[in-house]
Ligand binder design. Sequence first.
Ligand code: NAP
Length: 381
Amino acid sequence: MPQPPARRPLWRRFLKWLTLAGAAVVALGGVALAVAYWRSDNDCEARRAASKTHPMKAIVYCDYGTADVLRLEEIETPTPGEHQMLVKVRAASVNPLDWHYLRGTPYMMRLGAGLRKPAYTQLGVDFSGVVTEVGPGVTGYKVGDEIFGGRNGALSEYVLVRDDRAIAAKPANITFEQAAGVPIAALTALQGLRDRGKIQPGQKVLINGASGGVGTFAVQIAKALGAHVTGVCSGRNAEMVLALGADEVVDYTKDDFTRRDVKYDVILDNVGNRTVGDLRRVLAPEGKFILIGGGGPDKGNWIGPMVLPIKTLLMGPFVSQEMGMMIAALNPADLQTLGEMMQSGKVTPVIDRTYPLSEAPDAIRYLETGRARGKVIITMP
Ligand SMILES: NC(=O)c1ccc[n+]([C@@H]2O[C@H](COP(=O)([O-])OP(=O)(O)OC[C@H]3O[C@@H](n4cnc5c(N)ncnc54)[C@H](OP(=O)(O)O)[C@@H]3O)[C@@H](O)[C@H]2O)c1
């Protein structure tokens, strides 16, 4: 007599169910992502078609791409609402962050910035300028005040800022061009060295990438905090880095700082070109390694820029040294601290090149070469 087929064990039926459910979730997720991708759009067409009552010039981009997609267009000047101020931008500066947004890379960032097209189509963050209009409830600022700070869309003739956001009074001894170079780069250096590095006077601090936007501020801030500073840069920039206050310079084209017989208490890395093993070799047993970033558009669009941060994150719990990446946060208190440091002469922004707003694409192209010496500034019409 034929036997009824034996029932599969419970665990195998559960595994099958789990596999099917997992496949369904992945498939649904894929479809949702594809739909979100094709629906992702921006306001470019509507904005171009709309008539402008108070036009202003701004750098815009409607699609991700190289600096070739940037356009100088007329857009509507914003009107300040409650706690907002309209600022006539006198100068702005560009940061690697800008070409990351422009290119939408690493691709992961498009989950927030717009999948197929940039959701926000203006560029720039760092600015300096003069308050021209204040909205209801603004305290602490008035028309005519000279300020600097960070606000999306800074590559424009005007920006709208809130009175409690990342802005501070511009010191009188600093030009608008210098002040515009400060926000992202100097805040990163300050927060990396003071808050994450917790630098103590006399400690040995190494700045990898001492001649760039972040590096030129980092050398001066580390020195102001009383550290013994070693700057890593190429020979052509050695004199400048020493003049900024570095006690010594390692020319990376001739010498490898990770092979030196020195232990550093803090390493601030703006280049991200060394392995975790190399870095640990020259880090004191209780030392701190702060990864800021590194790499140009050629470093890969997928996970290339994330490899070192992930490695330091994974390694962190198993070593005596503190290792990790830091993301700077724009805030008014730290901008004020930097204002005071500039006022007292402890920090002076270094300007490499200056471009008019209409040539902002060239400024981005130059920054993308990774050869900037200090900050690249944009001046307004
Ligand atoms: N985590 C954050 O919150 C944050 C904030 C700001 C910036 N960042 C990131 O930090 C990095 C640096 O930003 P940045 O504004 O300073 O960039 P940058 O101004 O474009 O840096 C250019 C400088 O890097 C130097 N450099 C290039 N290769 C080097 C190497 N192998 N060794 C030493 N120096 C080298 C160049 O000097 P030479 O021409 O002499 O090589 C140049 O002076 C970027 O990746 C940026 O995205 C992160």
